[in-house]
Ligand binder design. Structure first.
Ligand SMILES: NC(=O)c1ccc[n+]([C@@H]2O[C@H](COP(=O)([O-])OP(=O)(O)OC[C@H]3O[C@@H](n4cnc5c(N)ncnc54)[C@H](O)[C@@H]3O)[C@@H](O)[C@H]2O)c1
Length: 358
């Protein structure tokens, strides 16, 4: 296959290598129609370079849709570093990576993701100003997970209002797959709202922590997707909704923070056929992105929280559009995001003084 065949959907893909630290990175910019491409750096021991490329292309595209649907002036991008974050991460590697990010002069802005931390962002920032999500003590927005949980909760209230005519979640049964960084704060909020919560995680200490802190029930990771409940929240890895799992689900609604929950887009139809309302992941999990975006103009927690709560309106809009057009919420969310990328992106034809293009 030609080198370009796999990347035609994207504006730019950059491969970076540093022989001293053995840094191997791929930065994918899917779209800058709405603004600079913002997306985290995933540090992961990919089985192959092809697997890393596939992942960064898929994730960067998802970021375009997430930013567009959230109403942000941001494009979509993502980066991967091939390696084990526990053993391969060095100052040299992170700073070499920072210089590669800098070469894009703000077309791509990075942040933390799986395998990277806000401390890493601080290190990367020594080489480029295009890194966000630095620690709170340094004036940054820190860990995005609490904001993601806050946004997911706002989405759940909108779904409840739409589906059950009340945004009061008390008494609802919610099954949460994955109680890591986001899952923990999400369970805390669910319990506070009076929900009955069932959790599972493949990492036993994570389960023990939420059971002890919030007194929730735990089931095995094999059972969690099939718990009889009002809301199923996939908060672990992607592709949990597929032709094998969907026929066995026993929930009214699916809404969770995991990225790319559908194995393929057609799974949205399978969910609709089963009468399950699936709220698109890229709409309901935008809290972390909204939070980190606020850092671009001087971080304020109050302003960030206010913006994150806007996920309530964004979710309602998607659900209402889906009803109006008799399509799935996934299709409606995709349509809203694409329309905004096209219409608002096109605004650039009105050249302003100071615009950086010729
Ligand atoms: N952190 C954020 O702010 C944020 C924002 C948007 C989207 N997301 C997405 O949300 C998801 C969770 O993010 P996180 O930051 O909480 O990650 P995390 O790694 O802290 O937590 C994920 C948890 O899922 C568990 N897990 C993995 N496979 C599982 C399985 N099969 N069954 C049950 N548990 C399983 C892991 O053990 C881990 O505890 C990821 O898909 C991430 O990309 C996160």
């Amino acid at each position: 296959m030609g080198v370009f065949a796999s990347v035609v959907d994207h504006e730019q893909v950059l491969f970076g290598y540093d022989p001293v630290s053995d840094l191997k990175t791929i930065i994918a910019i899917h779209s800058t129609a709405l603004g600079p491409a913002l997306g985290g750096t995933r540090f992961y021991p990919y089985q192959s370079e092809e697997a890393a490329l596939t992942d960064v292309l898929r994730l960067s595209k998802g970021m375009s849709y997430k930013a567009a649907a959230a109403g942000l002036d941001l494009g979509g991008g993502k980066a991967v570093i091939i390696g084990n974050p526990h053993t391969d991460k060095t100052e040299r590697l992170l700073r070499a990576y920072g210089r590669i990010v800098d070469s894009l002069q703000g077309r791509y802005i990075t942040a933390e993701d799986v395998g990277t931390t806000s401390g890493d962002m601080e290190m990367i920032r020594r080489e480029t100003r295009w890194a966000l999500g630095i620690p709170v003590e340094e004036g940054g927005s820190g860990d995005p997970s609490p904001a993601t949980a806050r946004g997911l909760m706002a989405a759940l209230e909108a779904i409840s209002e739409f589906q059950w005519d009340t945004d009061d979640l008390s008494g609802r049964k919610v099954a949460v797959q994955g109680v890591g960084k986001v899952g923990y704060y999400y369970v805390q909020r669910l319990v506070k709202a009076g929900c009955e919560v069932v959790v599972a995680d493949v990492y036993e200490p994570a389960v023990a922590r939420v059971v002890e802190d919030f007194g929730v029930e735990a089931v095995s990771p094999d059972e969690i997707l099939f718990v009889d409940c009002d809301v199923l929240s996939p908060c672990a890895l992607g592709a949990s909704l597929n032709p094998e799992t969907i026929p066995k689900l026993q929930c009214a609604t699916v809404a969770g923070c995991a990225n790319n929950q559908l194995e393929s887009d057609s799974d949205a139809q399978l969910l609709a056929q089963r009468g399950i309302l699936y709220a698109p992941d890229f709409v309901v999990n935008a809290g972390g992105l909204i939070n980190v975006f606020e850092e671009l103009r001087g971080y304020s927690q109050t302003r960030a929280n206010h913006r994150v709560d806007g996920i309530y309106r964004a979710t309602r809009r998607v659900l209402e559009k889906a009803r109006e057009r008799s399509v799935t919420p996934f299709e409606a969310g995709t349509w809203i995001a694409e329309e905004r990328m096209q219409k608002i992106g096109d605004l650039r034809r009105f050249r302003r003084s100071g615009d950086d293009r010729n």
